[in-house]
Design a protein around this ligand. Structure first.
Ligand SMILES: [Zn+2]
Length: 137
């Protein structure tokens, strides 16, 4: 009789992009590491983090795209109840190569025309560098 139980992986159910039917919100760092949320997951994220406001450095006034401060994001996640992909987000914040991580609202068609500050420039630079100008829409 075997006394040991074979661990069968992390019960938190780490999920990757393949299980996301329709990406709605993408959080990513300057290295291109992404955590992808579908619409209901994005709603949970924004509800449980107060719309990410306390970590927001700069945001598009017309969609949910924004620049987040890594340290504030990590603090906020430490205070928030667990939600879909919160573990992945903590990892994203921990491993981010710069002080900022970025949110891209892929569920909204937005040219970010009203978003004009240094944060907007930084966001655009990172997105273009990672994916090329064609990703901006
Ligand atoms: Zn926008």
């Amino acid at each position: 009789m075997r006394a040991t139980v074979v661990p069968h992986g992390r019960l938190t159910g780490r999920r990757y992009g393949a299980t996301v039917t329709t990406p709605d919100l993408v959080l990513f760092d300057a290295d291109g590491t992404e955590v992808v949320f579908d619409a209901s997951e994005a709603r949970d994220l924004l509800t449980l983090t107060g719309g990410l406001e306390s970590a927001t450095v700069s945001a598009c006034p017309q969609c949910r795209s924004r620049v987040l401060a890594v340290v504030a994001l990590a603090d906020m996640l430490a205070d928030a109840p667990p939600f879909a992909r919160s573990v992945d987000l903590v990892e994203l914040a921990d491993d981010a190569p710069t002080l900022h991580v970025y949110v891209r609202d892929v569920g909204t068609q937005c040219a970010h025309r009203e978003w004009r500050d240094p944060g907007a420039e930084e966001w655009t630079d990172v997105v273009v560098e990672l994916a090329g100008p064609s990703i901006l829409r």
